[in-house]
Write a protein that binds this ligand. Structure first.
Ligand SMILES: [Zn+2]
Ligand SMILES: [Zn+2]
Length: 283
């Protein structure tokens, strides 16, 4: 059987989760995960929601404990999800110095030009309602180009998550006019050598598919990108009913999408070095 990896999940080391890492590991063994990356939020701009709330020493210590207990049964990876903004590049570089991560994910959560978070339930509709939706969306895509070009990260997180709380604003605008920008993003991604995450949390929210979706993934593959990661982005081990958003949730559906795009290996990082695992069902 092929690997069943979940390469971006949050523990109680993130302000929006209460789940101990050990609980994730227990659940991972229960559902048959082969690889698990715990990637808590690190935010470095004072306007970010979780600014100043991440404690590296605490996260590292909890991870080391979990690894001692579960590391032989599961490929466990210590990571972080950093909110990327170009203006805080120096802070990001500084925050990574001497830190012992396996994997560093960069995600766009915040648009400085509009002063708000594009993945928050309340804030996102507010930004779109206050501004021209096309302008906000175009700004988001520009920030994604910057993310792909910055060269700071191993993995580019959940491209397209802006859809989650802005579906009704985006319904009329995301047509062919943005395709040139997709091509630019794809080109920047390939040049960067970073992996692109296929985030299955989009199955719990609009657009009821992955971030990014299959169409975008095809564009990436066509441009020459074969470095794909996959994850649930779970914030709890069991999930929060009625949503099925626990560990591993919808990852198998995401893997089907990846295979349909003729990618048969998933990228993960150990000590920030790229590794591959087969997701071919025959192996
Ligand atoms: Zn995120
Ligand atoms: Zn996340």
């Amino acid at each position: 059987m092929g690997a069943f990896p979940d390469l971006h999940v949050h523990s109680r080391q993130s302000p929006d989760s209460t789940t101990p890492m050990a609980e994730h590991c227990e659940r991972a063994l229960e559902i048959g995960l082969t690889h698990l990356a715990i990637t808590d939020h690190l935010e470095l701009h004072p306007d970010n929601l979780f600014y100043g709330r991440y404690d590296y020493e605490s996260a590292r210590a909890e991870f080391d404990e979990a690894e001692k207990k579960y590391g032989e049964r599961l490929t466990l990876l210590f990571g972080v999800e950093i909110t990327y903004q170009k203006s805080i590049t120096d802070r990001i570089v500084e925050a990574l110095e001497g830190r012992d991560y396996d994997v560093v994910i960069g995600s766009v959560h915040y648009l400085e030009n509009f002063g708000g978070d594009i993945s928050s339930k309340k804030g996102t509709p507010a930004i779109f309602a206050r501004n021209d939706p096309t302008a906000v969306y175009e700004d988001y895509l520009e920030r994604i180009v910057e993310l792909a070009e910055c060269g700071l990260f191993d993995v580019l997180g959940h491209i397209g998550i802006v859809h989650r709380y802005a579906t009704r604003f985006l319904a009329g605008i995301e047509t062919g006019r943005f395709e040139r920008r997709f091509a630019r993003i794809a080109e920047a991604v390939v040049k960067s050598g970073a992996a692109v995450e296929i985030n299955a949390s989009g199955f719990n929210n609009p657009p009821n598919t992955t971030y990014p979706d299959e169409r975008f993934l095809r564009e990436l593959v066509r441009a020459g990108c074969d470095r794909i990661s996959v994850c649930s982005d779970a914030h709890s081990a069991q999930g929060n009913p009625p949503k099925a958003d626990g560990l591993g949730a919808h990852v198998k559906k995401a893997l089907e999408i990846v295979r349909r795009c003729e990618i048969n290996e998933i990228i993960y990082y150990k000590n920030r070095k790229m590794q591959r695992c087969s997701i071919s069902p025959a192996k």
